[in-house]
Design a protein around this ligand. Structure first.
Ligand code: BGP
Length: 472
């Protein structure tokens, strides 16, 4: 059955600065926490060269245009604009993103920019990072510089990528654990920084639109046991609704507050913060979805470590609340992430139910091992299958009234996975390098590139299944 998308649907592809750009110290760039991140394993590549998007952006954007992308989501590296996070502005960094934005526009591809994607300037980290108010002020200053520079050409903005995953999966993303008592002060600072960016965007970008970009994945209970259901309610609140409630409703989620009270964690919130929270709201919700999450109630607090359901939820262990559980109903990728297209539909319905706002999916994808064939082709049928199933659920969500306006999956080109290096490939475009050898970094469109090109041209996806009515 052919599933058509609304006219003007925003087809795109996404990436982030540190996972693609390389050029880690070029043209005055300062160090970010991704450049300095402590690593458990050194057999995977770091971000020093990545896929050298810094020097290949023209070629890559031309390829994305050829694929038909209407929008390209990328992030700006704060440390290219302000090498120390604050203070002197680096004109070479600003000029670089002028070129990237202009290259997009020349190809008829709309740039959609994430302000911040896990890469805090190290200079700010040294002075307390997100523990400190100074970082909030520094972020606002950075955001204002960027809006003033690119606001004449960039209309759609994203605030802070996945603050929820950054805090919950801290060891993998930042290379170190954030103690609970600090985690939620950081939450507050990140969310206030976002509010300041929303305010600044509306002030400085004529007609500009801005959205939060959390990772939202519906949390299932492991069983119909009452305690398991309650565990899922709490983890839904702590993993995601707390973030969107703050962004879109201007409130602290009540279950998060209960959780914090029971944990004995308090947060410093000023009157000015409360006013800001309730006064500035996003224009849309951007969200990243890879798979669902399942939790059970941990009856026995001594075996918390055995409750792993997938990599994104590895850190789900909180005695008295919830524990990750491997969902036996879902297949897994080569990297042991579950695959759950139905979960995407349920997640979209849940967001519509709670917030009733336009939604753009800004990440969704499958990481896999793949080798270039001697003929220079890459047959990633498993990725096509993943996208087909997820796009089918997007179409069904739209039919059900979800205001889904765009789909920009992960990733535009192969890039360095946050913690699994080059071997875990997500792109529509293959980049010929491996962990140790940068080779020529040549680009090759994969089979999924051509498949997605057809989907965009048709504004429709063939779900490959018979039509059936209902909610199944
Ligand atoms: C999201 C991040 C991305 C990306 C993706 C895949 O959490 O926003 O930066 O990396 O996950 O994760 P990984 O790279 O660990 O496979």
């Amino acid at each position: 059955m052919i599933r058509r998308f609304p006219d003007g649907f925003l087809w795109g592809a996404s990436c982030s600065a540190h996972q693609t750009e390389g050029a880690w110290d070029a043209d005055g760039k300062g160090l970010s926490v991704q450049d300095t991140r402590p690593r458990d394993t050194h057999d995977i590549c770091d971000f020093t060269v990545a896929v050298d998007f810094y020097h290949h952006y023209r070629e890559d954007i031309a390829l994305l245009a050829e694929m038909g992308a209407k929008v390209f989501r990328f992030s700006i590296a704060w440390t290219r604009i302000l090498p120390e996070g604050t203070g002197a502005v680096n004109e070479a960094g600003l000029a670089h993103y002028d070129d990237v934005v202009n290259a997009c526009l020349e190809h008829g591809v709309e740039p959609m920019i994430t302000l911040y994607h896990f890469d805090l300037p190290q200079a700010l980290e040294d002075r307390g990072g997100w523990d400190s108010r100074e970082t909030v002020d520094a972020f606002e200053n950075y955001a204002r510089i960027v809006f003033e520079r690119y606001g004449d050409r960039v209309q759609r903005w994203l605030t802070i990528n996945e603050p929820n995953i950054m805090l919950l999966v801290d060891k993998k993303i930042l290379g170190r654990a954030i103690p609970l008592e600090r985690k939620y002060q950081q939450f507050h600072h990140l969310m206030i920084a976002e509010k300041l960016a929303i305010k600044a965007c509306h002030e400085l970008v004529p007609g500009g639109q801005i959205g939060p970009v959390p990772n939202i994945s519906i949390v299932y209970p492991a069983s119909a046991k009452p305690k398991d259901f309650r565990a899922s309610l709490y983890f839904n609140a702590i993993r995601q609704w707390a973030y969107l409630d703050f962004s879109c409703k201007g409130i602290y989620n009540p279950l998060l507050l209960d959780y914090l009270a029971k944990k004995g964690v308090s947060i410093e919130v000023t009157d000015a913060d409360r006013e800001l929270m309730a006064a500035h709201f996003p224009d849309f919700i951007a969200m990243n979805y890879y798979t669902s999450v399942t939790v059970e109630y941990p009856e026995d607090a001594s075996n918390m470590a055995d409750g792993i359901s997938d990599q994104q939820s590895e850190d789900i262990m909180d005695a008295g609340f919830y524990k990750g559980f491997t969902n036996p109903n879902l297949e897994k990728t080569q990297f042991a992430w579950t695959i759950d297209p139905q979960g995407m539909l349920t997640t979209l319905l849940a967001i519509e139910d709670r917030y009733a706002m336009p939604i753009v999916i800004t990440e969704n994808g499958l990481g896999a091992y793949i080798e270039l064939t001697p003929e220079g082709t890459i047959k990633d049928d498993y990725r096509i299958d993943y996208y087909r199933k997820h796009l089918t659920m997007c179409a069904r969500a739209i039919e059900s009234g979800v205001q889904l306006v765009g789909y920009s999956p992960w990733s535009a080109i192969d890039l360095v996975s946050v913690h699994e290096g080059m071997r875990k490939r997500y792109g529509f475009i293959f980049v010929d390098r491996d962990e140790a050898d940068e080779k020529q970094l040549a680009r090759y469109p994969k089979k999924s590139f051509h498949w997605y090109q057809r989907v965009i041209a048709d504004n429709a996806v063939d779900d490959g299944i018979e039509s059936k009515e209902g909610v199944a």
